[in-house]
Design a protein. Structure first.
Length: 388
């Protein structure tokens, strides 16, 4: 991939000067969905697929962006002196947002640069192509301007760019695991404190298979922000009722059931129930892995999907069909939607010797019901961002 990006850079921007190439992974969340903005736990891992960039510094203030994935848009130019969000500037609002966030935090970004990006993450699939782009840009700027920031700060900068600049109220999970990923490990993250542990994923006879609905979704114009607001309102009602909590993730299932009457709207009750129960499922799932109980882990994945379908209502017919078809197949340990929902991807754990047949059967079942094919990625767990 490095050769592809560097060749395109030379074609677009010429061969003069010194350039460097960087990589940041995508991510998949194994369990713990819509808990990250509710002060709960998540359990994602970085992937070997991700985003590449070749960059050359400029002496002026000009920013020249080019993406192999959006070849038809050509070079989109901006300036470090004009970091205003512009809907017409398409995907470059993500890297621009990172520059804005760094400058807003007092970091000195002195000059512009030419950059070519290339993502191997399917755009809009829910595998965090935007967070990968944000973290990658922050890593580039850290190196280019010798900024004194660690990987957790890079994650927070990426989140700030998406929240305050792009306008999507995402939690910290995506940027955090992309910035802090570790090969063959998932990241067990407490989103309330940002304390985390690496948990080895020992899949000796199994594979992680990601299933893409091929239904594109845009977080900004989806119901994502509405779900977040519903949880915030539910939390406020619980607090007004006397619960001394800062987040829904602090509650056990029993505490929630005892106090859910304080939430006056049935829909908000369902949203809060998912946040609480999903957090507890995540704790149980990580313990199951530590106990080498993959069967229990798979069962909790299925329970997670059912809650996202029934209580959080973020799945839809495409994701539900993928999971239903997956669970019919031999050799499947578990399956669930992953990411924000409303399209995007589901994740499954499948016995290695059954993967080929699994993909064929799920594809046929999905096409029969939905009318077009899904895509499948048999993925490996990757490492944190790096210069390549």
């Amino acid at each position: 991939m490095k050769e592809i990006v560097e060749a395109k850079f030379k074609e677009i921007f010429g061969t003069e000067g010194r350039f460097k190439t960087y990589f940041a992974p995508g991510r998949v969340n194994l369990i713990g969905e819509h808990t990250d903005y509710n002060g709960g736990h998540v359990f994602p891992c970085a992937l070997t697929m991700g985003t590449y960039a070749t960059v050359r510094e400029r002496e002026d203030k000009i920013l020249n962006f080019y993406s192999i994935n959006f070849d038809e848009l050509g070079i989109i130019s901006s300036s470090i002196e004009n970091l205003v969000y512009n809907e017409n500037e398409n995907w470059i609002n993500y890297p621009k947002g990172v520059i804005w966030a760094l400058k807003d935090e007092g970091y000195n970004i002195e000059h512009g640069f030419d950059v070519v990006y290339y993502g191997t993450i399917p755009n809009g699939a829910g595998l965090s192509s935007s967070a990968s782009l944000e973290v990658l840009t922050a890593v580039i700027l850290k190196d280019m301007f010798k900024l004194n920031i660690d990987n957790t700060k890079i994650a927070l900068i990426g989140q700030k760019a998406e929240n305050k600049y792009v306008g999507v109220n995402c939690g910290i999970m995506d940027q955090f695991v992309i910035a802090n990923g570790k090969k063959d490990n998932a990241v067990f993250l407490d989103t309330a404190t940002l304390e985390y542990q690496y948990a080895p994923i020992n899949l000796e006879n199994e594979k992680i298979v990601i299933m893409n609905t091929n239904k594109k979704r845009g977080l900004g114009d989806s119901k994502y922000n509405i779900r977040r607001a519903e949880c915030e309102m539910a939390l406020e009602e619980l607090q007004k009722g006397g619960l001394k909590i800062k987040a829904l993730g602090e509650l056990t299932e029993e505490e929630f059931e005892e106090n859910k009457y304080l939430i006056k709207d049935e829909i908000r009750q369902k949203r809060a129930k998912h946040a609480v129960y999903e957090n507890q499922r995540t704790l149980k799932a990580v313990q199951a892995l530590r106990d080498n109980n993959l069967e229990l882990f798979g069962k909790l994945m299925v329970e997670s999907h059912n809650s996202l379908r029934d209580d959080y209502e973020v799945t839809g017919i495409e994701l539900d069909t993928l999971v239903e078809e997956a669970l019919k197949q031999d050799g499947v340990i578990g399956a669930r939607m992953t990411g924000a929902g409303f399209g995007g991807c589901a994740v499954s754990i499948v016995k290695t010797d059954k993967v080929e047949k699994f993909i064929k059967n799920v594809e046929n079942g999905y096409r029969e019901k939905i009318g077009y094919n899904p895509e499948f990625y048999v993925v490996e767990i990757g490492d944190k961002p790096r210069i390549i």
